[in-house]
Design a protein around this ligand. Structure first.
Ligand code: GDP
Ligand code: MN
Length: 396
């Protein structure tokens, strides 16, 4: 589950990470009150207006603007709220902006120039350890830095038994070229950031940029936080931060029905019991020359109600040109699944795409007979290859 920038910053702040202060607003008027309040609290005269959507690169897309007075706050907030923000990380249609963060301007002039760094904490899946990845090249795409100047990206691996050690936090500050106050600030920043990551069961905290202000404070100007969905049951407060408006609506609906569904770009919908078989089925579709339109694991009990719910979810995707049902009857009997498919088909009524059903396992032969005699536009198969051939047939 992803958080908005403002939610991520509040979370960071609760662990003692210094952040660029801000207040979220749903309208231009709320933006003005937020700006006034920030001026009272921080003394800032300038404010940044930042679109709150689950996508990075907002600055490039016009979703981050500097306002030098309250009139500009009102005007810019009014422009950004309601816009369809297109960034390098969104689709061409962009994402609708429902709210903005009004933040204090922290790039104020002073003794030194403000400097931007990159920092993230994430799980290194190659060795199952958390690591801190950081760079002197902040504020730009880290992918681009990785490609063009990989020697400017540093990593610090964390031993799960020892946690982040003080010398590691100091090494981060050293590699970023800091000294004096900024050095001390950075070691505190890194330790608090790592604590926030661990304690909230996150899989990613990305702060780009981390800012060194002109008066040597180190703070988070942006935040991208991904929490481990499987750990949310023990973080009720964090689970409540979910913003379903930012998620794929079909996936949200499938989740509510208890189906494991991931939307993909292809044209063959699939309905499978078991995640492993679902992965194999996607390979099968590719091999047959198609592209999977989704990953869908209906779970162990593929009864008529679930099959019908799954059909309805798959059919919401307009790209689907065929549906492949691949069920292994281990605990469930294939004939019951077959009857479920037939009943669901009749209930829904107007399924216009061909359906290929492969049922294998207990009572597979009876199931095939049921499907073949149903009179519906449903092709049956018992072997994997047979199913693949039939997918190819209906696509061509
Ligand atoms: P992103 O584009 O989605 O990654 O959004 P960011 O939160 O990183 O903001 C984009 C850019 O806005 C940053 O890289 C900064 O250069 C700029 N920015 C953010 N906060 C301030 C601020 O307080 N003052 C000024 N002048 N620029 C800011
Ligand atoms: Mn950023």
């Amino acid at each position: 589950m992803n958080l908005h920038e403002y939610q991520g910053k509040e979370l960071l702040s609760s662990f003692g990470v210094r952040i660029q202060r801000g207040i979220v607003a749903q309208s231009a008027d709320e933006a003005v009150s937020a700006a006034k309040q920030l001026t009272e609290e921080t003394g800032t005269g300038w404010h940044v207006i930042k679109a709150q959507v689950h996508a990075g690169g907002r600055g490039k897309g016009g979703g981050v603007k500097l306002a030098k007075n309250l009139d500009e706050v009102k005007e810019l907030a009014g422009q950004i709220i309601g816009m369809n923000l297109v960034t390098p990380q969104t689709s061409a249609e962009g994402k609708k902006v429902h709210q903005v963060l009004i933040a204090e301007d922290v790039y104020y002039p002073g003794d030194n120039e403000p400097e931007e760094y990159y920092m993230s904490v994430l799980l290194n899946r190659a060795n199952g350890r958390n690591m801190i990845m950081y760079s002197t090249e902040g504020g730009m795409d880290i992918e681009q830095v990785a490609e063009e100047t990989p020697h400017l990206i540093f990593t610090e691996e964390i031993d799960p038994a020892l946690g982040l050690l003080p010398f590691q936090a100091r090494r981060v500050a050293f590699n970023l070229g800091l000294s004096g106050t900024a050095f001390k600030e950075m070691t505190k920043f890194v330790s608090a950031l790592y604590m926030a990551y661990v304690k909230s069961d996150a899989s990613l905290f990305e702060i780009n940029p981390v800012l060194k202000t002109s008066d040597d404070k180190i703070m988070a100007v942006d935040s991208k936080v991904t929490l481990d969905g499987n750990a949310l049951f023990r973080h009720k407060d964090l689970a409540a931060l979910r913003d379903k408006r930012e998620e794929n609506p079909i996936e949200v609906e499938a989740g509510e029905l208890g189906l494991n569904y991931v939307d993909l770009d292809g044209n063959v919908g699939c309905m499978v019991n078991g995640a492993g078989l679902a992965m194999a089925t996607m390979d099968l579709i590719k091999q047959a020359g198609g592209e999977p339109a989704n990953f869908l694991d209906v779970g162990g009990t593929a009864d008529a109600a679930r099959v019908e719910a799954a059909f309805n979810i798959i059919l919401k995707d307009p790209n689907v040109k065929a549906i492949l049902i691949n069920i292994f009857g281990g605990i469930v009997r294939c004939d019951r699944v077959a009857q479920g498919v037939i009943d669901a088909y009749k209930n829904i009524g107007d399924i216009s795409v061909p359906i290929i059903v492969r049922l294998q396992g207990t009572n597979a032969d009876i199931a095939k007979e049921l499907i073949d005699n149903s009179g519906l536009d449903v092709l049956s198969a018992t072997e994997f290859q047979e199913a693949a051939d039939k997918v190819q047939e209906v696509l061509s």
